[in-house]
Design a protein. Sequence first.
Length: 322
Amino acid sequence: MKRILITGAAGFLGSHLCDRFIKEGFKVVGMDNLITGDLKNIEHLFKLENFEFYNHDVSKFVHVPGDLDYILHFASPASPIDYLKIPIQTLKVGSLGTHNLLGLAKAKKACMLIASTSEVYGDPNVHPQPETYWGNVNPVGPRGVYDEAKRFQEAITMAYHTFHGLDTKIVRIFNTYGPRMRLNDGRVLPAFIGQALRGEDLTIFGDGSQTRSFCYVDDLVEGIYRLLLSDYHQPVNIGNPSEITISQFAEEIIKLTGTNQKVIYKDLPVDDPKQRQPDITRAREILNWEPKVSREEGLKITYDYFRSLSQEELYKSKHRFE
């Protein structure tokens, strides 16, 4: 059996990756310091013989006994609320954490895939965004701690590939959604659904004309799985190119939830991207991948998940970061 280390294992994406690689017959080593992750996301795996878990901060030296064939580095705060609240940790996990894990991969002769992000494109001047676009990022703005951590992460990963010959992969993840997202993580989809379930007005930042492209988590995981097992080393966009304005998205959420909420508008945060749409030509050609789950289908699954949460969780999510 192949053995894989997945950092950020108790997070939204990390937990779904743990599920997928368990299903594919891998021995999975999960690692998370639980600063934004939640053990509830992986508690169903603890009874399995081919799953083990380390509560550890990858910004510190990482030791995993035994052989490793693959490393997936998904440890990082990933929502604006998180990385604005813990900016230093965000920078450290992208820099020191990545360096530590690349060293581990080199020592174990393991293949390493890093989770980069569409945020490396910043507030883009090119639309849609291909992997060849270098981005428009403000390094000293409030989002710079996340954007530049990920850009550095890509740079050091490519350095290990070219200088040490390490087998590396880079996935640039666009907006992804699905069960196990945190209602209070500050991203638009859980924010809208949480507000609808609590009977609150939906809050749009800016005039609502900014766009996003939402990819269901199962589609994303399939793309990551294919990329890991490929021979390709340059960055690959994984996301859904179906673009929608935030105003249109708010209308979809109101229709989905059957609520009668109004939409209210607040100022757009500094450096918030006006457009976000992946060019997935590279993923189609190299991985034979494209998203399969429609937004209508994915949103229904996600809404049912959030609706299953207790009232206590629903209201606690509103106040956690206030």
